[in-house]
Structures are given as C-alpha cells and as structure tokens.
Design a protein around this ligand. Structure first.
Ligand code: FES
Length: 166
C-alpha cells in the first residue's frame, strides 16, 4: 500500500496559488519539475518571494536551500517585484561578442540598475538571458517582450526612456 504524502495548504486564498499548485500536481509533485513549478510562480506573480519558495519546497518535499539555490542560479527568475517595464539583455555567446556587456554597463550608468534589479521608482527591471533565439540580431534585447537587436548603448537607453515616458 502506498502512502499519500500530505501536501501543504495554499499560502493564501489568492487564486493564483491554485494555478501554481495545479502545475505541480500535473507533474506528480516530482522533484525534477522544480523549475517548471518556479516558472509557474513567476508567470502568476511576476517574481518569486520567500513564501512562494517555502510553498514549492514543502509541496515537492525538497529542502528550501535547494529551491532557493535554483531560483537564484537562473537569472530569468526574479526575486523581487518587476518594474512596469522590463529589459532582458541577452548574454549568450553571439550577443556577448557583439557588445552585450557594454549594454549592461550603459544601463547601469543611465538607470542605476544591474541585472536582476528594478529601478527605485519601479519603472524598469533589467535581467539577462543566455540566448533569446535572435542571434542574427546580436546584441539582442527583449523590451517588454519585444525583441530588438543591433542597438548600441545610447540607442537602447533612448528606446527605454521613450517606453518609460509613454
Ligand atoms: S546569443 Fe543572443 S540571441 Fe542568441
């Protein structure tokens, strides 16, 4: 006879937890589904906070340190609320060679944020990704889910200023 492990109750009655829970249930609460579970939290809430990580760890019967380790390892996971606008700078090989580092430096100088951070006024979050699938446009960036490419630092900053002003 197999014993069913008791699952933790949802952190609150926010309906989005049901979506996260359904994702984990669909994968049989399997350990290997951790990344999928974290993605579902981020899709639902926009970021992963401590409550979310505790809930995922308890649900999948994993140590919190493991969940925290995975969440901080992948730069696509945000541990803080996202800004109203987002800019993902691709740091994959093609984009790196074409100057992704200069874009990141330029963002830091203009907006005062490093990858994984949001400006204090909540206007902009900056992130990095390993390849956004647009290598021909290197250096590629994704601004509010729209891919742009071949921008230098000044052009990227100007484009973001325009987005923020709208
Ligand atoms: S390496 Fe940047 S889009 Fe592929």
């Amino acid at each position: 006879m197999t014993m069913q492990r008791a699952r933790p109750s949802l952190p609150s009655d926010d309906k989005r937890w049901k979506i996260v829970n359904a994702t984990m249930r669909r994968t049989g609460y399997a350990e290997h589904a951790l990344i999928e579970a974290l993605h579902s939290v981020q899709d639902a809430f926009g970021f992963l906070d401590e409550d979310a990580m505790i809930f995922v760890a308890d649900s999948l019967d994993l140590p919190l340190s493991k969940v925290f380790g995975v969440a901080t390892f992948y730069h696509l996971f945000m541990l803080k609320p996202q800004g109203r606008h987002s800019c993902v700078v691709c740091t994959g090989t093609a984009c790196y060679i074409q100057g992704a580092g200069a874009l990141i430096e330029g963002l830091e100088q203009r907006f005062g944020v490093n990858p994984g951070e949001t400006t204090e006024d909540g206007a902009l979050s900056v992130m990095t990704a390993r390849c956004v699938g647009a290598c021909g446009l290197a250096p590629a960036v994704v601004i509010d889910r729209q891919v742009s490419g071949k921008l230098d630092s000044n052009a990227l900053n100007a484009k973001l200023e325009q987005e923020i002003a709208q």
